[in-house]
Design a protein around this ligand. Structure first.
Ligand code: SF4
Length: 423
């Protein structure tokens, strides 16, 4: 860090604070977090129509004793009308509807809880999967668009110390069907008028919920095809309106670029220097900042899609003016017009090291990037009155159920002690 001088290249109208402090990432207890790609569980959800491409759906249809064209009918029910109930399959012979729905549309997500914020314009939903694992989605209405944030894994192995999901580890990868079902359920909620202001259509999908999407590449890859390809193959969402975020799975950024689906790539950078990014994002021990930015730039060259750099502003940790300048220099070194920076203000958390930057410091950070010619937009943080970071709702419910289970175990132990004593 000594190599970076505070206040270098300061534009005339920008004044940095006199004595910047450096707070380093820390965890409350236990060993230093290490990322892992190995899930705790291997369980696989039941096969669903959304897992299958068109040839596989035809094959499944034949195996179920149905003519091949049923696959097309069922696909249109699912991807055009977003329906799976046997009662809605009116073009299937009545005697077969229930069986067909059981085979092709096994229930994958059970709603556990909805939390609403932003005067009804944001709904965060916690879902239970077939094996009890939990994931979250967030549905957000904006002027002119409705965005759904989805999860790609139950838990996350990336172990970022600021993230509730990361603290719980990786439970398991989601199947393609489980990812796609989050989208269908979000579409149904939006169309049913669950958001304030009435019925709307989901226009944008962001993979920014639980998990590192590129660590579950095969399933996410197939899910992207289902989201983007037109019916009957998929929902037909514009690739431009789909965003895949990553903390830095460098080799898979290249694979994503080769996929021929020009989705938006969002890189959760949060620090432009390895000294800070190593403890902030454990995966940085494998892929360094420069490699990651090179991969992001290569993504732009291959797809023509401008890359988003996500940067959570954390007080005295990563919000220094010299870091804004270093970030701008690293981005400009790789060319102009290929990247956009989204600083994300955190919620103020008094007493925590993970707290909001001061408004003045935030302004200096943004002004420094803008003065260096980097398009920069402070990101709207929806649902901040529900909870701050991905995974917190699931973590809370998990903690509650762990507490409940422990209380029950303690009660049972006491009961059995009592019985032993009586005997
Ligand atoms: S911030 Fe994202 S990548 Fe890091 S642990 Fe949380 S969910 Fe995983």
């Amino acid at each position: 860090m000594a190599s970076h001088q505070q206040g270098t290249n300061l534009p005339a109208n920008i004044h940095a604070p006199a004595s910047p402090r450096q707070v380093m990432p820390a965890i409350e207890s236990g060993p230093v977090p290490v990322f892992t790609m190995t899930p705790a569980r291997k369980g696989k959800a039941p096969t669903h129509l959304a897992d299958l491409d068109i040839p596989a759906r035809k094959k499944a249809s034949e195996e179920a004793g149905l003519p091949k064209f049923r696959a097309d009918q069922l696909s249109r029910h699912y991807f055009e009308r977003h329906e799976t109930a046997h009662t809605s399959l009116t073009d299937i012979p009545a005697a077969q509807r229930e069986t067909v729905a059981e085979i092709f549309f096994p229930p994958l997500l059970e709603k556990v809880r909805n939390l609403t914020a932003d005067r009804g314009q944001t709904i965060k939903t916690l879902w239970r999967l077939f094996d009890g694992a939990m994931v979250e989605t967030v549905l957000m209405k904006y002027p002119g668009r409705t965005t759904l944030c989805i999860s790609s894994q139950a838990g996350c192995g990336m172990a970022c110390p600021f993230c509730a999901t990361g603290q719980g580890g990786l439970t398991r990868n989601l199947s393609t069907g489980e990812i796609v079902e989050q989208v269908r359920m979000g579409m149904v909620a939006a169309e049913s008028g669950d958001l304030a202001g009435g019925s709307t259509c989901v226009t944008n999908i962001v993979f920014m919920g639980m998990g590192e999407p590129l660590a579950n590449w095969k399933q996410v890859q197939a899910a992207l095809h289902r989201l983007i390809e037109p019916s009957p193959s998929g929902f037909g969402i514009s690739a431009r309106n789909v965003t895949v975020s990553t903390v830095g799975m460098v080799p898979l950024i290249a694979k994503l670029a080769e996929e021929g689906l020009p989705v938006t790539l969002a890189v959760s950078l949060h620090a432009p220097d390895d000294e800070l990014r190593d403890p902030l994002i454990p995966l940085n021990s494998r892929f360094k900042v420069k490699e990651l930015l090179d991969a992001a730039r290569a993504y732009f060259v291959k797809t023509g899609r401008r890359v988003s750099i996500e940067y959570a502003l954390i007080r005295d940790m990563n919000d220094h003016q010299w870091r804004a300048q270093l970030l701008a220099d690293e981005l400009n070194k790789r060319g102009r017009g290929w990247v956009h920076v989204n600083p994300i203000p955190l919620n103020p958390t008094p007493g925590s090291i993970w707290t909001a930057s001061l408004p003045e410091v935030q302004r200096i950070f943004v002004d420094t990037l803008v003065a260096a010619g980097i398009p920069t937009t402070i990101r709207d943080t929806r649902g901040s009155d529900i909870d701050g970071a991905c995974g917190q709702l699931a973590a809370e419910v998990k903690a509650t159920s762990v507490r409940a289970r422990k209380a029950q175990e303690a009660a049972e132990a006491m009961k059995s002690n009592d019985q032993t004593e009586v005997k």
